[in-house]
Ligand binder design. Structure first.
Ligand code: ZN
Length: 298
């Protein structure tokens, strides 16, 4: 049976059809812009338009489709919350989509699932049972996969590491209502803002990191030190509880190589294991496609 997945992101809605879970070749994929500034109903329209394209290409519509969304769906109320695409919050996205598309949708954090079952973990660590997937990008997300299945948890917040509080002393309030969430410390925009607030010009994380390497920008060094320190501190909480077999790190900030060297040393200092930390930390293999493939796998 072919698997259909939709990845609802802040900037694009992407759809993909995979052949099957055991043989996941991509049969079709396409994307449209999310245009979230036009509001909730427009987002529903954009999702419906991607599904329309998939249907036109494949000549049928399946009984089930997976959808990766930002935030979480409250299992009791059935509404979305903690989405960084804010107009989704409080809305019954799953019900509205099921009505709109006359089909069933599943929400999930799909990155970890796709990398575990189709991506880098499957390729390099086929015996890993517990996988923690992290996205450090414009937001911060986490997902826990155990024996090939996502752990959603009692409230649907399993793996939501991005909203653990790690630095309540600094930064703007998160859309989740708290100050000092991992997302408000380690996401690209949060670090860029930190750099600017020290008096630096507006620069991207990549530019800031380049300036550290050239060695003459103190603010850039402080920004990267902050990233390294809090990456270790933040992730140590996950390692102490879950002690995963593999950690997969995606997103733009996750691409900075210091995460894998200095970030790792920082983590080592904070975990409860006498400074020993042997867990493989790896880059994802599926890149941008992990969300849509993970949605299809569900
Ligand atoms: Zn938060």
């Amino acid at each position: 049976m072919n698997l259909w997945g939709i990845d609802l992101g802040g900037t694009k809605v992407e759809g993909a059809v995979l052949h099957s879970a055991s043989s996941p070749e991509v049969l079709f994929r396409d994307r449209v812009p999310t245009e979230s500034q036009q509001g909730y109903h427009h987002i529903l329209d954009q999702i419906a338009s991607v599904v329309g394209k998939m249907e036109a290409a494949r000549g049928y519509r399946p009984a089930k489709i997976g959808i990766a969304t930002p935030g979480i769906r409250d299992p009791k109320l059935g509404t979305m919350r903690n989405c960084n695409t804010i107009c989704l919050n409080g809305m019954p996205l799953k019900d509205d989509l099921e009505k709109r598309l006359s089909m069933k949708a599943n929400d999930a954090n799909c990155f970890a699932l796709a990398e575990a079952n189709m991506g880098i973990v499957k390729e390099k660590f086929p015996h890993a049972r517990v996988v923690f997937g992290v996205i450090l990008g414009t937001g911060v997300g986490g997902g826990v996969v155990v024996d090939g299945k996502v752990i959603n948890g009692f409230h649907g917040i399993g793996g939501e590491w991005g909203h653990n509080i790690i630095d309540a002393t600094y930064g703007e309030r998160c859309y989740c209502g708290k100050i000092g969430c991992v997302e408000k410390v380690l996401a690209g925009p949060a670090l860029e803002r930190y750099y600017q607030e020290m008096g630096g010009e507006k620069r991207t994380m990549r530019e800031i990191y380049e300036r550290v390497k050239s060695g003459d920008d103190d603010r850039a060094s402080k920004t990267i030190e902050r990233m390294v320190h809090f990456f270790g501190l933040g992730l140590s909480v996950v390692v102490n509880i879950l002690d995963p077999d593999v950690i997969v790190i995606g997103g733009g900030v996750g691409n900075i190589d210091l995460i894998y060297t200095e970030g790792r040393k920082s983590l080592q200092r904070y975990i409860f294991n006498d400074g020993v930390f042997d867990t493989p930390m790896v880059r994802p293999k599926l890149g941008d496609s992990a969300g849509v493939f993970g949605a299809a796998l569900l």
